[in-house]
Every structure is written in structure tokens, then in C-alpha cells.
Design a binder for this molecule. Structure first.
Ligand code: CO8
Length: 260
């Protein structure tokens, strides 16, 4: 399937999804969400992929939110369906069996911050702007933002951002722990690619197990969470990659992980 609202590239172990409606600052409409869902299925079907990167086309925006023109055409039921569709697709990103990185190259507002928060971590251009400004439209975040933002930056900071609808800079997002690294605008993609390549050189079984253990454990008490880790650890221990990694250490050579 060819896409009109996104671009999907898969090169060796690294997948790239570009939000591609630059004239509307890459705003998320129904068509884009449908394409994103299909693209995620295509990435999942490619067993070579170890890391997926999201970014926006154009020089201004990652994603400036849900498409406000399209929202105004919806009745309450259609809007509820649209919100649920976005929630499910963003949960699919969170549940990918390999890491997803958001390379935030500009405005990440509303649904833009929400999709970035569904990724495993965020690198931002120094020009990036984050925010959940839905309150200024008489709305609230509807793609998981009330839940993921508070889990990432803490209850009080999330409430302040969502109640005031004020945006924050990349540096403030770094201070809040929402962003892992702020990069000069021109070197954002190089920095993200560098990190992606480091991750892609690891074993796919251990990447998946680490992600699943962290994600599953976040919703539980520590003892239950440690049981998830224990199961995930046992799976990695029995994998060929564990044999290769430990043998390579003892033989003083670089490991070559086969994966899958
Ligand atoms: N939707 C549709 N079009 C948009 C959007 C958007 N979210 N953002 C920008 N655009 C369009 C503008 O209308 C404009 O189009 P045109 O050239 O045809 O007039 C073009 O993009 C360029 O935008 P601006 O001229 O406004 O550019 P500026 O540099 O002056 O401003 C801003 C950039 C600050 C990003 C500004 O465009 C803005 O405030 N955008 C809206 C941000 C926003 O409120 N986002 C939240 C949307 S709601 C949301 O995300 C809810 C998610 C959950 C939904 C649940 C389902 C019901």
C-alpha cells in the first residue's frame, strides 16, 4: 500500500515513519491514523526491524495535534471513536516488540506530544515545543495524554500543563524528564540514528524482554513487577543470543547477535 499522509522507510534493522502533512503541520486526521496503523503492521511483519523512529516532515512540526478542521466536522460519537482509534494505535506503538524513538523536530502539540509519549523515549531539536493545549479548544487530551504525561513527568507537572494549556520548550521538557536529549536542530536525526544503530546491534530477544519487563512492571507493585522481570530474564537466558553474548565476552571479541 502506498501512503499519502505518512512515509515509511525500512532500511536494514531501522524503520522510519515520517508524519507527512507539512501544510497542516502534520496534524493527525483519520486518513493519517489509518495509514499509521497499516504502516505499523508492515513494520511488525518485517522481522529484521529492531528500532522504529518517528519524525515529522517540513521544517516546523513533528505533529501539531489532531486535525482541528476534521474535529469540527465530527459529532460526539464520531469524536469518541476517533479518540479511541488514536488510543489503540498509540498503545500499539507502546507495545511494539522493539524500541520506538520519537525524533521531535518542531511542534509536538496535543496528539503530537501524545504520540511522542507513546514511544520509548524522545530526542528533541532545540526548536521543539511540547504541550497539551486541548483545554484552549474546550477539550481535553484524547489520545492517552492525561495518562501518559502524568506517568512520565509526574502528577503535578502534568496537571499544570493540561490545566493551563501552556506549551513548554525542549529544555523544559528535558528538565521534566519528558525528553532524554536536546540536540542542535541540524544534528537531531544524526543523534537519533546513532542511538538507533547502537540499539539495533543488540539481540532482539533481549530488547523485547527488557521492553516488556519495564512496560508490564510500570503498572504493578514492585514484587509483582520483579516477577515479570524474572520470567523475562529466564527467556533471555535460554536464548542463543545469551550464549553468544557470554561466549564473546570470555573470548574477548564483539558479540554477533542473531536475534528472533
Ligand atoms: N489541525 C489542523 N490544521 C492545523 C493544525 C491542527 N492541529 N495546526 C496547524 N494547522 C494548520 C493551520 O491551520 C495552518 O493552515 P493554513 O495555512 O491553511 O491556514 C497551517 O497548519 C500552519 O499553521 P499556522 O499558520 O497556525 O502556523 P503558526 O506557525 O502561526 O502556528 C502553531 C503554529 C502554534 C502550532 C499553531 O498552528 C497551532 O496552535 N496549532 C494548533 C495546535 C493545537 O491546538 N493542537 C491540539 C489539537 S487537539 C488534539 O490534538 C486533541 C487530540 C485528541 C483528539 C481526540 C479525538 C476527538
Amino acid at each position: 500500500m502506498s501512503f499519502e499522509n505518512i512515509i515509511l522507510e525500512m532500511d536494514n534493522a531501522i524503520g522510519m515513519i515520517y508524519f507527512n502533512r507539512p501544510k497542516a503541520l502534520n496534524a493527525l486526521n483519520n486518513a493519517l491514523l489509518d495509514e499509521l496503523d497499516t504502516a505499523l503492521d508492515q513494520v511488525l511483519a518485517n522481522k529484521e526491524i529492531r528500532v522504529l523512529i518517528f519524525t515529522g516532515t517540513g521544517d516546523k512540526a513533528f505533529v501539531a495535534g489532531a486535525d482541528i478542521s476534521e474535529l469540527t466536522q465530527m459529532d460526539a460519537l464520531a469524536a469518541k471513536y476517533f479518540s479511541r482509534k488514536g488510543q489503540k494505535i498509540f498503545s500499539k506503538i507502546e507495545a511494539l516488540p522493539f524500541p520506538a524513538i520519537a525524533a521531535v523536530n518542531g511542534f509536538a502539540l496535543g496528539g503530537g506530544s501524545e504520540v511522542a509519549l507513546a514511544c520509548d523515549f524522545i530526542y528533541a531539536s532545540e526548536k521543539a515545543i511540547f504541550g497539551l493545549p486541548e483545554i484552549n479548544l474546550g477539550l481535553i487530551p484524547g489520545f492517552g495524554g492525561t495518562q501518559r504525561l502524568s506517568r512520565v513527568v509526574g502528577r503535578n507537572r502534568a496537571k499544570e500543563m493540561i490545566f493551563t494549556g501552556s506549551n513548554i520548550t525542549a529544555d523544559k521538557a528535558l528538565e521534566y524528564g519528558m525528553v532524554n536529549q536536546v540536540c542542535p536542530h541540524e544534528s537531531l536525526m544524526d543523534e537519533v540514528q546513532k542511538t538507533a544503530r547502537r540499539i539495533a546491534a543488540k539481540g532482539s530477544v533481549s530488547l523485547r524482554a527488557a521492553k516488556e519487563a519495564i512496560q508490564a512492571g510500570l503498572g504493578c507493585d514492585l514484587e509483582t513487577a520483579c516477577l515479570f522481570e524474572n520470567d523475562a530474564f529466564a527467556i533471555t537466558f535460554a536464548s542463543p543470543d545469551a550464549k553468544e553474548g557470554t561466549s564473546a565476552f570470555l573470548e574477548k571479541r564483539k558479540p554477533e547477535f542473531g536475534g528472533n
